[in-house]
Write a protein that binds this ligand. Structure first.
Ligand SMILES: *[C@@H]1O[C@H](CO)[C@@H](O)[C@H](O)[C@H]1NC(C)=O
Length: 343
């Protein structure tokens, strides 16, 4: 393993060793590989570039770069010309073809199978197959590097509060062309909590959402035990309670499916849903309530069409329907905030 080895002189540095890949010399996602203590090579395989540092484009890479519209142009096209999108949206053939193209081109940006994780800065079977770690698309900066950014910048990362203020703090309100709002942000947060499930007992590098997929475990519970606690066992439905004529999740007391709530929340207000952290944020509980209502609504429709089905088949089929719905809406909503999609 490469690391800073104190007291082990090398030709490159008399006192300690610095991994030559710390300067991120390889461009265009080329992979830096050390060859001995003070040399490296860039592996440009499949990057579309070649040369010592993967900087010379191959012909088709060059052509694609020439023809490809800038992200701002794509965004403008996707968020204006409502009349054109209305036509596309109302023509199933066009809509399906264009949606498929957009989805595929976006998902092709993500490497599959996943490559790195927080433990391994190089490709390995372990990084690919051990799903207890979050995967990552880019290699981490080696721990042995002189600074957190490799070889440049300060030796310590700034306070996260400062970074948030510098990078994220809004100085001027710029409305979204679609008029999306806080509901949209909560939709994304609610959705992503099914695969971003940090296993805090082990540490921030670990996830307990094995599979990293859209399985709606945030609605149905992360395992069978929790799912069974949340189910009504009648007509495929999830447990619920009626308050002022409206459907809400059942209480923790009723389901015994534990939740995380801020201190001092009274028992009768502790609602119980698939994801235990949804007790912490009202916007997430709001979406959990909507999905609960949707599940039970779909069950009613299914039972009307299939009076012969038992509770299990109604539940399982409703789950599949909700999974499909959620998957379609979320990918498009996440990536494009396009209103002309299925949402
Ligand atoms: C994955 O890695 C973690 C941490 O090294 C380890 O505790 C766990 O057993 C590994 N899981 C598998 C399935 O190998």
């Amino acid at each position: 393993r490469l690391s800073r080895v104190k007291g082990l002189p090398t030709a490159a540095s008399p006192s300690f060793y610095i991994n030559p890949c710390c300067s991120n010399p390889c461009q265009n996602r080329g992979i830096c590989m050390t060859t001995g203590f003070d040399h490296y090579e860039c592996d440009c395989t499949q990057t579309g570039y070649h040369g010592e540092h993967c900087t010379t484009p191959e012909f088709f890479t060059w052509l694609r770069a020439m023809l490809k519209p800038a992200p701002a142009t794509v965004y403008y096209l996707l968020t204006h010309f409502k009349a054109v999108w209305d036509v596309i949206n109302n023509t199933p053939f066009l809509r399906n073809t264009i949606m498929r193209f957009i989805l595929m081109s976006r998902s092709n940006l993500i490497e599959s199978p996943p490559t790195y994780n927080s433990r391994y800065g190089y490709k390995s079977w372990e990084a690919y197959s051990n799903l207890s770690y979050y995967t990552r698309a880019l290699p981490p900066v080696e721990r042995s590097c002189p600074t957190p950014m490799g070889v440049k910048g300060k030796k310590e990362l700034p306070e996260s509060k400062l970074v948030v203020e510098k990078v994220l703090l809004r100085r001027k309100f710029i409305p979204s062309p679609q008029g999306t709002n806080i509901m949209f942000a909560f939709f994304a947060q609610h959705f992503s909590h099914q695969y971003l499930r940090t296993e805090n007992d082990k540490g921030p590098a670990f996830t307990k959402a094995f599979g990293h997929g859209v399985d709606l475990n945030h609605i149905y519970g992360e395992n069978l035990d929790r799912q069974l606690k949340l189910r009504l066992f009648k007509d495929g439905k999830l447990k619920f309670q009626m308050i002022d004529g409206e459907m809400y999740p059942p209480t923790v007391k009723e389901t015994q499916a534990e939740m995380i709530y801020p201190p001092h929340v009274p028992e009768h207000l502790k609602f119980s849903v698939g994801q235990e952290v949804f007790g912490l944020v009202p916007g997430l509980m709001m979406y959990a309530t909507l999905w609960l209502r949707e599940h039970n609504r779909v069950c009613d429709i299914l039972k009307g069409e299939h009076p012969e089905w038992d509770d299990e088949q109604l539940f399982q089929t409703a789950r599949l329907i909700l999974t499909g719905n959620s998957y379609n809406c979320s990918w498009l909503a996440h990536n494009y905030s396009m209103e002309f999609c299925c949402c």
